[in-house]
Write a protein that binds this ligand. Structure first.
Ligand code: ADP
Length: 259
């Protein structure tokens, strides 16, 4: 019925995406779906197309075939800043913080896709812009606190240990109040306390309704946190399903995941 159809369009849907670089298909008819509030793991060997898929979802690459929708709204064909405004935030494999700016300033930078005071209001320092600045600052500090780690908001971002920088990047991505968060290897290089923080933050966000898609090589951790998973190999989906279905198979683990 109609409700089924609406349900099918809910969340993040990647439908038959193909993209070629030269003659080679980095993605070859790849499809996946993440329900609203779901935590979906995207795994597979190096070069299987995981980062390319994140780049297609965020509009950095335009696929040759197929499309991506968020709650039945088509993302494909929009420029990256518009896709960000449509509710898609991401982090990158290597932290991209502005090292000289403070932690707080970096987090605040993530808020620009959200419409608050108009540019003239900001330039003229009109009351609405000043109020917005206070609210945004409070929000940035709240997101930093939510990480549950002692990180000084005034410290230059470049002085933080690598793992802390990765977590601050997530706080920055959340400033935009996204509906979907894409994480590219968030657990890479994290200490034990940082991984615990990451784990808590993702679970809390999911419980609050945020949809999470993560590319991850730390199979033990990702298996424990995801509620669905897709294995890519050479741009194709080789298997998908629940974590038990995907990670419970010795053949899948050996062939594609090297664990
Ligand atoms: P993964 O993230 O799974 O390691 P990638 O998505 O980075 O894999 O890469 C998938 C394939 O697409 C690789 O063969 C890579 O060389 C190719 N590729 C990705 N982006 C480009 C590009 N901009 N130009 C040419 N080839 C690319």
């Amino acid at each position: 019925g109609r409700d089924d159809k609406e349900l099918q369009g809910a969340g993040l849907v990647v439908d038959g995406v193909t993209i070629r670089f030269g003659g080679i298909a980095a993605l070859d008819g790849a499809s996946l779906a993440v329900r609203p509030g779901g935590i979906h793991a995207l795994v597979g060997p190096n070069g299987s197309g995981k980062t390319t898929l994140l780049n297609v979802i965020t509009g950095i690459y335009v696929p040759d075939e197929g499309r991506v929708t968020l709650d039945a709204r088509e993302l494909t064909g929009n420029v990256p800043w518009r896709i960000a405004r449509m509710g898609v935030s991401r982090t990158f494999q290597t932290p991209r913080l502005l090292k000289e700016l403070s932690v707080r300033e970096n987090i605040l930078l993530g808020g620009y896709p959200v419409e608050h005071a108009s540019t003239p209001e900001v330039i003229a320092r009109l009351p609405r812009a000043r109020r917005d600045a206070k609210l945004l600052r409070a929000r940035a500090d709240a997101l930093l606190s939510a990480l549950g780690l002692p990180i000084d908001p005034e410290a230059p971002a470049g002085e933080l240990p690598h793992g802390r920088q990765r977590l601050v990047e997530i706080a920055r991505a959340l400033m935009a109040e996204p509906g979907v968060l894409l994480l590219d290897e968030p657990a890479a290089g994290l200490s034990a306390d940082e991984l615990e923080s990451l784990d808590h933050v993702i679970r809390d966000l999911s419980a609050a309704g945020l949809t999470v898609l993560l590319v991850e090589h730390h199979i033990g951790w990702v298996r424990s946190i995801c509620d669905s998973a897709t294995v890519l190999d050479q741009g194709r989906v080789v298997t998908d399903g629940t974590p038990e279905e995907v990670f419970g198979h010795a053949r899948v683990r050996e062939t594609y995941l090297g664990v």
